[in-house]
Structures are given as structure tokens and as C-alpha cells.
Design a protein around this ligand. Sequence first.
Ligand SMILES: Nc1ncnc2c1ncn2[C@@H]1O[C@H](COP(=O)(O)OP(=O)(O)OP(=O)(O)O)[C@@H](O)[C@H]1O
Length: 237
Amino acid sequence: MGNNKSIITTKGLKKFYYTDEIETTALNNVNLQIAEGEFVAIMGPSGCGKSTLLNIIGLLDNPSEGEFYFYDEEVSKYSERQRAELRKRNIGFVFQSFNLIDELTVYENVELPLIYLKYPSSERKQRVEEVLEHMQIMHRKDHFPQQLSGGQQQRVAVARAVVAKPNLILADEPTGNLDSTNGQEVMTLLSDLNAGGTTVIMVTHSATDAEYAHRVVNLFDGQIVSENINSKENSLV
Ligand SMILES: Nc1ncnc2c1ncn2[C@@H]1O[C@H](COP(=O)(O)OP(=O)(O)OP(=O)(O)O)[C@@H](O)[C@H]1O
């Protein structure tokens, strides 16, 4: 499990949305600390603020109020550009709908984060091949996403998320579009990555998926209402 160093700290985090002059409180005073190396599941009913929280943790959005620390840096007032820089270097994303680029091959999709980070081409090739081997999808490297099954597409998405060796993986309903066998495979991949030291934060509706986490944070109406630690006996890892 994690050491004591915090990768995410939120203090009094609030997020308001305004549509047609109606205010929605999506997050209401969220205090959360996540240590490096943890595997945390965020659960709660539809509309309780999970995606909003994940977007802030993923440096895709700023809170309306409160403090948000990424390691020791208070980033809640960062500009989009500053957030993007930090995000590229530190975070890999896995989404329910895979979000691969249909016009690019498997290899090209996985290579993309390394191009953004300006890796030299020889290193890119080595990294991409290594991660495709690891995800057991190398034999599909010249295929396009639409030619793959959902399970294979999600393995490619996980490969893309980890190719630049991020400190943090954020997964939003990673098994939402998969059958149980493929879902378990993806959860095993995330667990293995976590066992290798990568912090994983996952939003899920699935109690089965949540069992892979060390800790489950339950949100309701924009607030953390309870937390459970998964004991070793119950945990699937
Ligand atoms: N861009 C937005 N503009 C206005 N309101 C929003 C916006 N995004 C989210 N909300 C509102 O904020 C609240 C929290 O939404 P959020 O998407 O974070 O919940 P969620 O728990 O992820 O839901 P789900 O499980 O359905 O994805 C909801 O009331 C939602 O309608």
C-alpha cells in the first residue's frame, strides 16, 4: 500500500455550476487525502459529483472554492495551460468508452502521449512495443480500434494511459462497457500497475470492481459520507 507521501489533498473543495442562473452544488466541502501507491475507488449514486471530483483530481477543471494540492503544489488557481503541463507528465486516463482515436492504429494511439511529451522516436518505439507486449495486444498493433473487441480496446486504452509512466492513473467506469470476463482482466491490469507503484483512483458503480481497491470513498450529494478500507481477506488483490 501507499507510503505517507500525499499525491492528492483537497481541503474544503467546492464546485458550483451555473446554468440559466440556477446554481448546482456538485461538490460541497470535500476533504480527501490520497497517498502515493494507494488504489482508491470513488462510489455513489448518479449525480453525486464523482465525475466532477475526478475532473478536478485529473487537472481537467478547477474547483470553485477550497484548496487542491497535487503533491505539494496548490494547483487550484492554475491556468488551463499550467494544468495541462502537469497533467501530461503525471496522469494517465482510462475511460468507460475507451476514447481511442478511430483514424489511428493501435500502435499510433499508444504512441501519442510520447509524441506530446517530445520523446525521441527510437525511445518511443521501444516504450510502445514494451507496453503493447505487456498488455498482450502486440499482435494487433496495426489494427484500428473498430477492428478490436471492447476488451482489446480497453487494453489499448490502458496501454496508452501508462506508456509515459504516469504517477497516477484515473479510471472512470473502466469496465462499464465490458462483459465480466473482460472487466476482470482490465481490473487485474489496473491492480498489477498499482502493485508496481502507480497510484490508481477509479470511479465505479460496480461493487465487484471496488473490491480491487484498498479504500472506497462514498460520495452523496457532493459530500464524502463514508469511507471503507477493504481488508486483505475481502480484497481481490
Ligand atoms: N457542466 C455542467 N454544468 C452544469 N451542471 C453540471 C455540469 N456537470 C455536472 N453538473 C451537475 O453537477 C452534479 C454532479 O454531476 P457529476 O457528473 O459530477 O455526477 P456523477 O456522480 O459523476 O454522475 P454519474 O454517475 O451520472 O456520471 C449533477 O447535479 C450534475 O447535473
